[in-house]
Design a protein around this ligand. Structure first.
Ligand SMILES: C[S@@+](CC[C@H](N)C(=O)[O-])C[C@H]1O[C@@H](n2cnc3c(N)ncnc32)[C@H](O)[C@@H]1O
Length: 275
């Protein structure tokens, strides 16, 4: 991929999230009652609240899925940072509705953070880094602004999962080559990421494989086609709709399934500590 394509993808994505109404659509999606979304939310929220402490940067904060509970539940000091003013405005509105007025809002680009080095105790960035081919440059910025000993919490699209599925049926990943560059996702093998983090001064503390139901290539293979996949997802959705059941599924993901190798899910979350 050329440098121009790499920059175009970042620009396209930023502009996409800045369209009028984009924040409201995003918020409806992430607060959906679908058990798959609820399980994903619960796992991500638990891990973020468990690890991010002190003075926190929520990079690519969106509508405040993490910034608001981080400020409200834990009383941490949070900077909510995003390229999209549309996202920041709704974030601000939702935080006021929750009685939170301590979040500081800033607009900008995650690849060029307007903070000095060693500035934050923690950096959180969920469903952001994976969107960009320049994920290394963005992570370097997160590392730069984190204090030594501070934590970095983010998730990635599992290259292990896509490679393993392609060994069975070669038709997964590289969505952008089929659907255009707006759908780009960095498919990164966990070992590659761990080595890269280590070489860039970050110790890996934890890796959680999670979100086994969204976009799972093996479920797609097992059900042979799109229709079969959709029917299976509908059936799982119905089975998991009662709150105690999806909470049980989230608990299983957090306590046991998260240890499975990242081959089994499209997503994994990483908690690193800057040396
Ligand atoms: C999928 S949303 C994730 C939002 C939030 N972290 C969450 O998990 O709910 C991606 C966010 O990244 C933001 N974004 C896109 N490009 C960005 C850039 N270059 N710098 C900062 N934020 C960016 C978008 O505006 C959007 O709010």
């Amino acid at each position: 991929m050329t440098a121009k394509q790499t920059n175009d993808i970042k620009k396209q994505k930023g502009d996409f999230w800045s369209r009028p109404g984009a924040a409201a659509v995003y918020e409806r999606g992430v607060s959906s009652v679908s058990p798959f979304i609820q399980i994903k939310n619960e796992v991500e929220r638990t891990l973020v609240l468990r690890h991010a402490k002190g003075y926190i940067l929520d990079a690519g904060t969106g509508t405040g899925r993490f910034a608001i509970p981080l400020a409200k539940v834990t009383g941490n000091s949070v900077v909510a940072f995003d390229y999209s003013d549309e996202m920041l405005q709704l974030n601000r509105q939702l935080s006021r509705a929750e009685g939170v007025d301590s979040i500081r809002y800033l607009q900008g680009d995650v690849e060029h953070l307007p903070f000095e080095k060693d500035h934050f105790d923690s950096v959180v960035s969920v469903t952001v880094v994976r969107h960009f081919p320049q994920w290394r440059a963005i992570l370097k910025e997160y590392i730069r602004v984190t204090k030594p000993g501070g934590k970095i919490v983010f998730e990635m699209c599992s290259g292990d999962h896509i490679e393993a599925a392609n060994r069975v049926v070669a038709r997964f990943g590289a969505k952008y080559s089929k659907d255009g560059f707006l759908s780009y996702e960095a498919e990164v093998r966990f070992d590659e990421l761990r080595e890269w983090l280590d070489a860039n001064g970050v110790d890996l503390l934890e890796r959680h494989t999670y979100d086994f139901l969204n976009n799972n290539c093996f479920l797609k293979i097992a059900t042979f086609n799109q229709l079969g996949y959709r029917v299976l997802l509908k059936a799982i959705k119905l089975a998991l709709t009662p709150k105690p059941l999806y909470r049980l599924a989230a608990w299983l993901e957090l306590t046991m399934l998260s240890r499975l190798p990242p081959v089994y899910s499209y997503n994994y979350m990483v908690i690193g500590r800057k040396r």
